[in-house]
Design a protein around this ligand. Structure first.
Ligand code: XMP
Length: 178
């Protein structure tokens, strides 16, 4: 896998340190009471697992399968909800976690759906946010790292299902994306 990585963008130690401060911020800022965490599969799994273990608060975990990339390098522009069951969120305070904020379509579509389903409030957290003009006007409440607009993999992010288990975030070599 390593041979396909052009360069490491955010290394393991830096990620882990940043998660400490993100978790602290979430713990301090989130309204009192339980949190329902919604993890967007599969990209946010690794990030969420490491982040949530740092939050000493009653919380429950739900996962949602949405697709916007369909395995390529470019966003398809459409967000599909792939689950038959939607979590019970009525009156709940939600922390919605995704791996990366790119065009913004995913976070907007999921946050809208959560609001339609009666969530009391939807707060959003992402490991990465690409520094670019987004298709949707959206920013996340909690952002691990701002990065340039390049295709990255690792720490949950994939290209065609690969590289999710790299412990760091790296830029994929163009030659590996064929
Ligand atoms: P949007 O465009 O809806 O995108 O904000 C969010 C989803 O797109 C995927 N995505 C990426 N996946 N490397 C990846 O492995 C990237 O650089 C990248 N940019 C966007 C990702 O699934 C995210 O949840």
């Amino acid at each position: 896998m390593k041979k396909d990585i052009e360069r490491v963008l955010v290394d393991e130690a830096v990620i882990q340190k940043r998660l400490d401060s993100m978790a602290k911020q979430i713990e301090e800022e989130f309204p009192a009471g339980p949190i329902v965490v919604i993890i967007l599969l599969k990209g946010a799994l690794v990030f969420a697992a490491d982040l949530l273990r740092r939050i000493p608060r009653e919380l429950s975990i739900e996962c949602l399968n949405v697709a916007s990339y369909h395995g390529g390098l470019e966003s398809s522009g459409k967000v599909d909800f792939l689950d038959r069951h939607f979590p019970e969120v009525k009156g709940k305070h939600i922390l919605l976690l995704d791996d990366i904020l790119d065009t913004g379509r995913t976070l907007v579509a999921v946050a809208e759906r959560l609001t339609e389903e009666g969530a009391a409030a939807v707060h959003t957290g992402v490991l990465l946010a690409k520094d670019k003009k987004r298709a949707e006007e959206v920013s996340a409440d909690y952002v691990g790292f701002e990065i340039n607009d390049e295709f990255v993999v690792g720490y949950g992010l994939d290209y065609k299902g690969k590289y999710r288990n790299l412990p760091y975030v790296g830029v994929l070599k163009l030659s590996a994306a064929n």
